[in-house]
Design a binder for this molecule. Structure first.
Ligand SMILES: [Zn+2]
Length: 243
């Protein structure tokens, strides 16, 4: 392809409205045994996803890797603590979202309460490169804590509400020191999910605390913070990564 053709093609793509490019994203809906997506649910979910992608691109001042493959799944597990919705960034262009059939009166409640926040969170992961496949970061709960904290605080700022209903009056300074002392191969599920001692989501909650502290101490915004290293964010929050 000659330079002129390439240039005109580039101009053509750049001048297309964002919504036209976003609509190339694909959507796969997977029902659970108990509940199915209605046609209205699907339409609403697609509209919220496209709008959220546009919001993220505007906030970051950069384009996302497009198109993104979205898999939407109904699960029969309760997700009450996280407003009915959770997710996973599989790749920089593949996101899976799970909506609880047990939340509120219908799927509509989970869509309304939890979808946007989870989308902002997962889209943040794709930008930072914190994904299941093609992950850009080394192993360690200390690393996961900061990357999940960044995504949660980014989402929280966009939706103007905290990302989970879990208690905030815990000793996060103590939790931070605990996380920093862990061996790099510490059990992911224990520290990011349910700990054997009964605590939930230690890494996520500590991460949000640390990121907010780093914002407060540095005066930097969440977007600027999102491009900094894990070690630097610990430093801004007043801690030091051990290894
Ligand atoms: Zn996450």
């Amino acid at each position: 392809m000659n330079v002129l053709k390439l240039l005109s093609l580039t101009i053509l793509i750049l001048s297309m409205p964002i919504s036209a490019r976003s609509s190339n994203s694909s959507f796969t809906f997977v029902n659970s045994e108990n509940m199915q997506f209605t046609d209205d649910n699907k339409k609403e979910i697609k509209a919220i996803i496209l709008k959220t992608i546009n919001n993220v691109e505007m906030v970051l001042g950069q384009k996302l890797k497009q198109p993104i493959q979205f898999t939407l799944r109904v699960i029969d597990r309760s997700l009450a603590d996280v407003y009915g919705v959770t997710g996973r960034a599989d790749k920089i262009d593949a996101i899976e979202i799970a909506l609880s059939s047990q939340y509120g009166n219908s799927l509509e409640d989970a869509i309304q309460d939890g979808l946007r926040g989870t989308l902002f969170h997962e889209l943040h992961h794709t930008i930072r490169g914190w994904t299941i496949h093609g992950n850009q970061f080394p192993q360690g709960i200390d690393v996961a804590t900061i990357n999940e904290g960044l995504a949660d605080v980014f989402a929280e700022i966009q939706i103007n509400r905290e990302m989970n209903k879990m208690a905030k009056d815990v000793n996060f300074d103590e939790w931070t020191n605990e996380v920093l002392q862990l061996p790099k191969n510490a059990n992911y599920g224990d520290w990011m999910g349910l700990h054997p001692d009964g605590r939930m989501a230690v890494g996520y909650r500590t991460g949000a605390y640390l990121v907010k502290l780093a914002i407060k101490n540095s005066g930097k915004g969440i977007v600027e913070l999102s491009s900094l290293s894990v070690g630097k964010i610990y430093q801004l929050a007043g801690y030091k990564q051990k290894f």
